[in-house]
Design a protein around this ligand. Structure first.
Ligand code: ADP
Ligand code: ZN
Ligand code: ZN
Length: 734
């Protein structure tokens, strides 16, 4: 009997081992962990994938596994199969795929046991005491505890109890001596809310009602839906009410959101609506808390699981619904290592589990819109904002007559009007720091990063130059190193510079900057958001962080400082991203009181896609952009795979890719086009020279067949000096 085991190594197949000596066969189920000898004197932890009769390895070379670590599979069959499918689809080593999906502690061999903590439960005689009201009138505190425990028949942790009453230990001891309460282990408190008020479901409007009904009529089958609703149209409310139905059937829901720490409001709404255990994955969990949340999901204790990208792999005992909020967000695609798309994995999971899937967005990806047009998804539309808020009004400002101004006079006037009315203003600029370029006007020298083909950004706060690609920093030059001129100019604007200009122009306004520099501290974002909601801020300046899911009810004017980088860009997805960002930022304006106003500054006021977006809205833009994609034969009309390579020497990546291409040409059919190899748009990054080869095909199967025949040859072609990676369905061609 041969055990096929996945080990986290960059190897495409499993490793074969013999069972540990003396193991009962019944213990060896796929999905359990084993400790196995690996290499010289090491041992590793692997996952049993399958049991086979034969091995390609000579029997005298096979080693025995050292130990079985689990009685029951830590990866249930559905997840194990999903991971194996993903390993084939993304052409990524199975061991590494599995370690992406497992909590670190499990990969390290930690036991998979749900931690319980000390709590208390009412005994039968405790219940009788309460019913008979036989407690002395003086024993208020005893009575309070008994009552709380009666409301929670599954017990409450001591920590929760002491949140409600101070100094409870002596009281608990008395109650235990009287045999009215008994110690009882409960699940960890940080994952389970026990005592909290809940918010009631809102009466739905007609469109919301229709969506909820349609999905709830199809809870027992794969029912993929694109929930297409403008910001504020009540998508979250729709999620909540469908989840409620799913919970009635005793099934679990997995909710994916792009960014959890930036959007505490989303999680709050779930917490306020449902007084059930929520397993929430966020980046501030300790490894131990992460493991606990994972186990609560796997064992079916948490009916709702919320998390970012990697939460898509969380096992669910009884899956009932998958939700991907803001499905267009590029954050769902992992951009290094195992480059999977969590949105696409969610689709596959829902299909395999035969349950509904909701892909929600105010600005659906062109991929999903195309799938809806092809009738692969139900296209469910929420056309109007819930409540009373109205759509914002757009104005394009032509910057050509006022070049070198970062704030046009139109924008400045609009800001003054809003400030006079004590309303909030939000300015969006896609760049942090003070200025993206330090330049010598005399000879044209520009401060570049030593390690990357990229100019350095000047940061006023640290008074240094910083590379946004590799993080290198250095002092600002005082004179030009080439011509020794002393006057160097800072070109362009970042958040810091806009903040400074606003301070000069609106000296009495309270200005707040939000970017990854100003929100670095642990609770920084939270604190800043509190300032904003408390009305302590007049003007907000920020990067795309501001576009993500926040509700700023007091903001009535949004200014987009510069939209142009999205209009002309090497990446064919740039206009889509630009439009999504624009609509999302605009969606922050005028949610409650007054119609919002959006001012967009551009040097290309006639750009057709920009105009289409502003005049006719996102759906019309998406149609036009899809049409362009079709003409250019880009996704979703074709499939792409990108082979990237990098090395310390400039020629090596191109040489490897050229050799790989020639190899592919022997295998490939006319249905696959190969483009390149070419240097990457940023040809050097962090000291590595980079190049890429793009594969394109209208037929996914043909492409994947080629890849699986081709890939095994890369190691030899690449040699030791070239690092390569394959990106299936790449989201960025950089
Ligand atoms: P989205 O997720 O589409 O941005 P939300 O669900 O957050 O929309 O709803 C936006 C706002 O409208 C929220 O303040 C929410 O409480 C409110 N809302 C949603 N549905 C309704 C409804 N049916 N009636 C009244 N208010 C609603
Ligand atoms: Zn110079
Ligand atoms: Zn750099």
């Amino acid at each position: 009997m041969i055990l096929q085991i996945a080990i986290p190594k960059p190897v495409y197949t499993h490793f074969d081992y013999l069972p540990p000596l003396g193991t009962e066969i019944s213990c060896l189920q796929p999905g359990i962990r084993l400790r196995v000898p690996f290499g010289k004197s090491q041992s590793k932890i692997g996952i049993l994938l399958a049991i086979a009769e034969n091995s390609t390895i000579a029997s005298h070379k096979l080693k025995s596994a050292e130990a079985v670590l689990d009685d029951v599979p830590i990866l249930p069959a559905d997840i194990l199969q999903l991971l194996q499918w993903a390993s084939r689809y993304y052409h990524h080593p199975i061991g590494e795929v599995i370690s992406t999906a497992l909590p670190t502690l499990l990969s390290q061999g930690h036991s998979a046991i749900i931690q319980t903590i000390l709590g208390w439960k009412l005994t039968t005689s405790g219940q009788e005491t309460l019913q008979l009201a036989s407690l002395a009138k003086t024993a208020h505190r005893q009575q309070a505890i008994l009552q709380l425990l009666q409301e929670h028949p599954n017990g409450l942790s001591q920590v929760t109890l002491s949140n409600s009453l101070s100094n409870i230990v002596p009281v608990l001891r008395t109650l235990e001596q009287k045999n009215w309460i008994t110690p009882h282990l409960v699940e960890p408190l940080h994952l389970i809310k026990a005592v909290q008020s809940i918010s009631l479901p809102l009466p739905l409007n007609a469109a919301q009602n229709q969506v909820v009904n349609r999905v709830c009529q199809h809870l027992d089958r794969f029912y993929p839906c694109l929930l297409d609703g403008v910001t504020g149209s009540g998508k979250t409310e729709v999620y909540l009410q469908i989840i409620q139905e799913v919970m009635k059937n005793n099934r679990q829901t997995l909710v994916l959101i792009p960014e959890i720490n930036l959007t505490p409001q989303m999680v709050n709404r779930f917490q306020q609506r449902f007084s059930v255990p929520l397993a929430i994955f966020h980046s501030k969990l300790t490894p131990y808390e992460r493991l606990q949340a994972w186990l609560l999901a796997k064992e079916g204790i948490a009916p709702i699981v919320i998390g970012t990208r990697s939460a898509v792999w969380t096992p669910l005992a009884r899956p009932g619904l998958f939700i991907v909020d803001e499905e267009h967000d590029p954050a769902y695609k992992q951009q290094d290592g195992f480059r999977y798309s969590a949105r696409d994995i969610a689709v596959v999971r829902a299909q395999r589990a035969q349950v509904p899937l909701l892909l929600g967005s105010a600005t659906p990806s062109l991929d999903s819109l195309y799938n809806a047009q092809q009738q692969r998804y139900q296209h469910l539309i929420l056309p109007e904002r819930a409540g009373t808020a109205v759509h914002p009004h757009f104005q394009v400002v032509d910057m050509r007559p006022q070049p070198r101004q970062s704030l046009s006079w139109q924008l400045v006037q609009a800001i003054s009007r809003r400030l006079a009315k004590q309303q909030q203003v939000l300015l969006f600029i896609n760049r942090r720091g003070y200025a993206p370029t330090l330049m010598c006007y005399h000879c044209g020298w520009v401060a570049y990063c030593q390690h990357c083909d990229a100019p350095l950004t000047y940061h006023q706060t640290h008074r240094n130059l910083c590379c946004h690609y590799c993080g290198a920093t250095r002092l600002r030059d005082t004179c030009c190193p080439d011509c020794h001129q002393e006057q160097l100019s800072l070109l362009g604007q970042g958040t810091e510079r806009i903040e400074e200009q606003l301070q000069q122009q609106f000296s009495s306004a309270r200005i707040l900057r939000i970017d990854s520099d100003s929100t670095r501290g642990k609770n920084a974002m939270h604190t800043l958001l509190e300032h904003i909601h408390g009305g302590e801020v007049d003007i907000l300046v920020g990067t795309q962080m501001l576009a993500k899911g926040h509700h700023f009810p007091k903001v009535t004017l949004v200014g987009i400082i510069n939209v142009d980088s999205g209009l002309y860009h090497a990446d064919f997805r740039a206009p889509e991203r630009m439009a999504q960002l624009l609509v999302q930022v605009a969606g922050r304006a005028g949610r409650v009181h007054e119609p919002g106003e959006v001012i967009i500054q551009t040097y290309h006021p006639d750009h057709p896609l920009l105009n289409c977006l502003i005049r006719e809205g996102y759906p019309a833009f998406a149609q036009a952009a899809l049409h362009e994609r079709q003409l250019a034969q880009f996704p979703p009309y074709t499939r792409l795979a990108l082979l990237r390579a990098e090395a310390n020497q400039v020629d090596l990546p191109l040489q490897f890719l050229q050799a790989a291409k020639e190899h592919a040409l022997q295998l490939t059919t006319p249905e696959i086009q190969l483009w390149g190899p070419v240097p990457a748009p940023m040809a050097r990054r962090a000291g590595w020279y980079r190049a890429q080869l793009l594969l394109q095909s209208a037929q996914r199967d043909v492409l994947h067949l080629l890849l699986s025949q081709w890939l095994p040859h890369f190691a030899k072609l690449a040699g030791r000096k070239v690092r390569w990676s394959l990106d299936i369905d790449p989201q960025e061609l950089l």
